[in-house]
Design a protein around this ligand. Structure first.
Ligand code: NCD
Length: 318
C-alpha cells in the first residue's frame, strides 16, 4: 500500500473542515496538521512517487476567473498525483459572458458531479459565497486582495523546512502590502505559529493601520534588513491599482529591490522568498532571485505538496 509507504494514515479525526477559505480562521493545530501532511507528500515527491492514489474516483474543478500560471498548474498536478480527475474552467470561454452569475456557473458545474471546487476570483469573498451555495468542498485559490491560503501555507512550509522552525522568527513582507492576498494569508498563518511579522513598503502601499493586525510596519527596507530572518518579496500588483502608487518603477526599485548590496546587510542565513511571478529588477535583482539564499523555486515544489495535503484533507475520507 502506497499509504503505508508514505506513512500518512487516514484523514485525522481532528480535521473537521469541509472548505479551505483562508488562514484567518485556522488554528495553530490545524495549520501544523496541514504542514506536517504536506511534509510527507513533499518527501514522497522527492522520492519519485508520481502517483499516490488517495483521491481515485474524486473530481476536482479549477474555477479560475483570473489569470494564473503557478497556482492553477499546481492544483491540477496535486489533484492528478492523488489520482483525482481534474477539469479546468476558464472564465474567458464560459457562459459568464452570456450573463450567467458566478453562483449559477458553479452550481451547473457541481451538478455534473464534482467533489472539490478550487476558485480564484477578483472579488473578495467569492469562495465564501460558493461554500454557502454548493454541497462540495471549496478551496480559495485567491480572492482579490483578501486571502490566498495555499500560498501562505507553502511560504510557511518553505520557511519551516529551510530554517527548521517558524516560532520566534522575524518575517518581513515587502512591497505591495495593500493589494496582496499573499501578505494577508502569511500574516494570519505566521502569527498563529509564533513568528513576528513586519510589513514594509512605500507609504502608499502600507500604513500604520496594519499594526491593528498585530504586525510591525516600516517604510524603510534598509532599516529592517539586519534583524529579519525571512524576506518575502511581493510583486507590485499594478492590475489591482487605480492610481500610481509611486513616481516610477525605477524609484521603487532604488528603495525596495533586494540586490547584492542589501543582501550584504542581512543575517548570514537570510531566506529570500517570492510568491511569483517575479519582476526581475523591480522587487528583486536576478542575482539574488537565483542566488543561494533564494528558495523561490523550492516554494513552487512545496506548493504541489501543500495542495496535495489540502485536497486530501478535504476530500480524502471514504
Ligand atoms: C500571487 C497571486 O496571484 O496572488 N501569485 C501566485 O499565486 N503565485 C501573487 C502575485 O500575483 O503577485
Amino acid at each position: 500500500m502506497i499509504t503505508d509507504l508514505i506513512d500518512l494514515g487516514p484523514v485525522p479525526d481532528a480535521w473537521k473542515r469541509r472548505h479551505l477559505l483562508g488562514l484567518e480562521d485556522l488554528s495553530a493545530e490545524e495549520l501544523t496538521l496541514i504542514l506536517d501532511k504536506a511534509t510527507i507528500f513533499r518527501k514522497a515527491i522527492d522520492e519519485g512517487h508520481r502517483k499516490i492514489p488517495l483521491l481515485t474516483g474524486k473530481t476536482c474543478v479549477n474555477l479560475f476567473f483570473e489569470n494564473s500560471t503557478r497556482t492553477r498548474t499546481s492544483f491540477s498536478l496535486a489533484a492528478r498525483r492523488l489520482g483525482a480527475d481534474t477539469v479546468d474552467f476558464s472564465a474567458g470561454t464560459s457562459s459568464l459572458s452570456k450573463g450567467e452569475t458566478v453562483i449559477d456557473t458553479a452550481k451547473n458545474i457541481e451538478a455534473m458531479g464534482v467533489d472539490l471546487v478550487v476558485v480564484r476570483h477578483r472579488t473578495p469573498g467569492t469562495p465564501h459565497l460558493l461554500s454557502q451555495n454548493l454541497d462540495c468542498s471549496v478551496v480559495n485559490a485567491g480572492d482579490g486582495p483578501h486571502e490566498h491560503p495555499t500560498q501562505g501555507l507553502l511560504d510557511i512550509l518553505t520557511i519551516r523546512q529551510r530554517l527548521g522552525r517558524v516560532a520566534g522568527l522575524t518575517v518581513a513582507m515587502v512591497g505591495d502590502i495593500a493589494h496582496s492576498r499573499t501578505a494577508r494569508s502569511n500574516i494570519w498563518g505566521l502569527k498563529k505559529l509564533g513568528a513576528h511579522v513586519i510589513v514594509c513598503g512605500p507609504s502608499t502601499l502600507v500604513s500604520p493601520r496594519w499594526q491593528e493586525l498585530g504586525v510591525e510596519f516600516s517604510y524603510s527596507l534598509d532599516a529592517i534588513l539586519p534583524r529579519v530572518d525571512v524576506l518575502n518579496l511581493l510583486r507590485i500588483q499594478f492590475e489591482r491599482q487605480f492610481t500610481r502608487p509611486f513616481p516610477s518603477v525605477r524609484e521603487y526599485a532604488t528603495l525596495y529591490a533586494m540586490d547584492r548590496q542589501r543582501l550584504a546587510k542581512t543575517k548570514d542565513d537570510i531566506l529570500i522568498l517570492a510568491p511569483g511571478p517575479i519582476n526581475r529588477g523591480v522587487e528583486v535583482t536576478p542575482d539574488v532571485a537565483d542566488g543561494a539564499h533564494s528558495a523561490i523555486l523550492e516554494q513552487v515544489t512545496n506548493g504541489v505538496a501543500v495542495r496535495m495535503a489540502v485536497l486530501w484533507l478535504l476530500a480524502g475520507r471514504p
